[in-house]
Ligand binder design. Structure first.
Ligand SMILES: Nc1ncnc2c1ncn2[C@@H]1O[C@H](COP(=O)(O)OP(=O)(O)OP(=O)(O)O)[C@@H](O)[C@H]1O
Length: 564
């Protein structure tokens, strides 16, 4: 353990002075290891630290805010087993996070160390990372009782790269410190056995349950491991079998179980989503125009069972092409020099006294400089295969903020057939970064969903026909917005230009008398409105909130102007 460096010399001097004048005293009756739960009742005079040391530490640490949960780490109960070594004044604590894959865990440790080290009477700090034990929602199938979150990876069509995404997401989560399992729920064409070769493919039993196979720390289960070839079954049989198979698998404690769903949005998928207590879904698509409809269908399916879609992956979105100068590096410098010399001498180009070797040397320098310039000018061009994706629409209409575009890449396809996931084989590639970012957004959104305060609370929205206003009841506050204002704020493809975000809808074309015929929550983030002018709009709650705030700010501003 090395204490974090102090931030300035003034603090360093203060601490040094303090330690010099008051060396930590050894009590004749050393107190037991102090825990936050065991208040120190010994008189303060015997110690070189204050009697209220625990509250001082906790209050100092309460400035650290979890960015996802928007609450301080003390209130969240992250600080556990707080103790002090009375002989050294070194503070120890556990940081019990909601997930070991927490994206800001290193920042938290650093912040804790900096803050505690800057308290005058401390002489160091030891932070141990832990995470909360996983507890599955009640009613979860037998083998899944210790699974923290079930993440469905889903697509409307087959062959868009759902299994590839599921596998790389799982291994990305594992590389970030989480314990992960993958369940391949495709009974017709299981792909996990091709994509991930387990270390040992013998299927074993633990009591009456099947032990998942393993690759590194990732647990794996697929019909393909227990049954050669694909099954021929009808819908109800499939869901029953999947349900049994999943429960019969002895997953043990897992932070995340990645569920590679069968493609489609039919009964099998709906029943699975209902039965398996899915925490969140990731939708995989290709960015064709048609596929946006697929995404909508996917979001709607998960919506009917209350599962939020946290990210969309546009797979095979583009391919990368190197453009620019000649990047081939000059390998045979001596050979080229010899050729230059030969040419210089043969053509009689040498002026008086010049040596062919020196001139050739100069020429080589010019060639190498040019080569460097060429390489610097080389850029990678992204060629979009199916057109520009739908990031803007996904965010503006559905409130889905996490959209990732994965290129069509030979190595991704090769790894799909090789039994080793792409991210394991190519951890430093830019595409591995994309999968890691996807994993981080899943971790953050799941944490918000499970532990956040208001993030996923849906405001209640109703239309008050008497007063011709839409009433929004949000976080114990009611606000109103006029139907025409909300209608004019529609960001759908017909109202806003997809690429530039420019409004196509002429606000003046919307009558003041327009009103909602039906309003219903869609997905966990958006409100769907059927308007009296025949239009249908989707508004992320974020947008509704922003529009109300804007209107209120406008009104306040106008009031102030009148008063002035
Ligand atoms: N980004 C990519 N670049 C190149 N090849 C890819 C990419 N993503 C997936 N593939 C390849 O496309 C094929 C289909 O991928 P995958 O099996 O993941 O799709 P799927 O949607 O799960 O299909 P199914 O529903 O039929 O199981 C595989 O051969 C895979 O290796």
């Amino acid at each position: 353990f090395v204490p974090a460096p102090l931030q300035n010399t003034a603090q360093l001097n203060t601490r040094q002075t303090f330690l010099q004048t008051q060396p930590p005293q050894k009590s004749t009756h050393p107190p037991p290891a102090l825990k936050a739960t065991q208040p120190d009742t010994t008189p303060s005079a015997k110690h070189s630290y204050p009697t209220d040391w625990q509250s001082q530490i906790l209050s100092a640490l309460s400035v650290i805010i979890d960015p996802d949960l928007e609450t301080d780490i003390v209130t969240l109960g992250f600080v556990q087993n707080l103790s002090i070594d009375p002989s050294t004044n070194i503070i120890s604590l556990d940081l019990e996070l909601t997930t070991p894959a927490c994206p800001v865990k290193d920042i938290f440790i650093q912040q804790c160390q900096d803050i505690i080290n800057n308290i005058q009477w401390t002489s160091g700090c030891k932070v141990t990372l832990t995470s909360r034990p996983n507890v599955a929602p009640s009613g979860s199938p037998l083998g899944m009782s210790q699974i923290g979150a079930v993440i469905a990876v889903s697509s409307c069509k087959g062959g868009v790269g759902k299994s590839t995404t599921a596998v790389n997401l799982a291994f990305a989560l594992q590389s970030q410190g989480a314990s992960v399992g993958i369940f391949d729920a495709d009974v017709y064409g299981p792909s996990l056995p091709t994509m991930v070769t387990p270390e040992d493919d013998t299927v074993r039993f633990i009591g009456r349950q099947i032990a998942p196979l393993k690759r590194g720390n990732v647990s794996l289960m697929s019909f393909g491991y227990v049954n050669e070839g694909s099954a021929v079954m009808r819908g109800p049989m499939v869901t029953q079998l999947l349900d049994q198979f999943l429960s019969l698998t002895h997953w043990g404690p897992l932070d995340y179980l990645i569920l590679d769903m069968p493609p489609g949005t039919g009964d099998i998928q709906l029943t699975l989503s209902q039965k398996l207590n899915i925490t969140a879904a990731v939708i995989v698509t290709t960015p064709q125009e048609l596929s946006f409809v697929d995404v909508e269908r996917g979001v709607e399916m998960f919506d009917t069972v209350g599962v939020p879609c946290v990210a969309v992956v546009e797979n095979m979105a583009y391919f990368e092409n190197q453009v620019g100068g000649n990047t081939a590096a000059l390998k045979d410098v001596d050979g080229l020099k010899a050729k230059f010399m030969e040419a210089l001498e043969a053509d009689g180009l040498l002026v008086d006294g010049a040596k062919a070797g020196d001139v050739a040397e100069e020429l080589i320098k010019i060639v190498l400089q040019q080569q460097e310039k060429n390489i610097a000018e080389t850029t990678t061009e992204k060629i979009r295969i199916f057109g520009q994706g739908h990031k803007r629409r996904l965010s503006e209409q559905w409130g889905i903020e996490h959209t990732y575009s994965v290129p069509l890449l030979g190595r991704i396809a090769e790894n799909g057939d090789s039994g080793t996931p792409f991210i394991v084989d190519n951890p430093t590639s830019p595409q591995a970064d994309i999968y890691r970012e996807l994993a981080q957004s899943v971790v953050s959104e799941v944490a918000k969903f499970k532990f956040g305060k208001n993030k996923y609370s849906r405001p209640s929205v109703s239309y008050d026909d008497d007063n011709r206003v839409i009433r929004v009841f949000d976080n114990d506050e009611e606000s109103v917005i006029s139907p025409a204002d909300l209608r004019r704020g529609c960001r759908c493809a017909a109202c806003v230009e997809e690429m530039t975000g420019r409004q196509i809808l002429d606000p003046a074309s919307i009558s003041e008398s327009v009103k909602p015929l039906e309003m219903s929550p869609t997905g966990n983030y958006a409100l769907s409105v059927d308007w009296s002018d025949g239009h249908r709009s989707l508004y992320p709650y974020r947008q509704v909130r922003a529009m109300i705030e804007e209107k209120q700010a406008g009104k306040e501003g106008a009031k102030e102007m009148v008063q002035a």
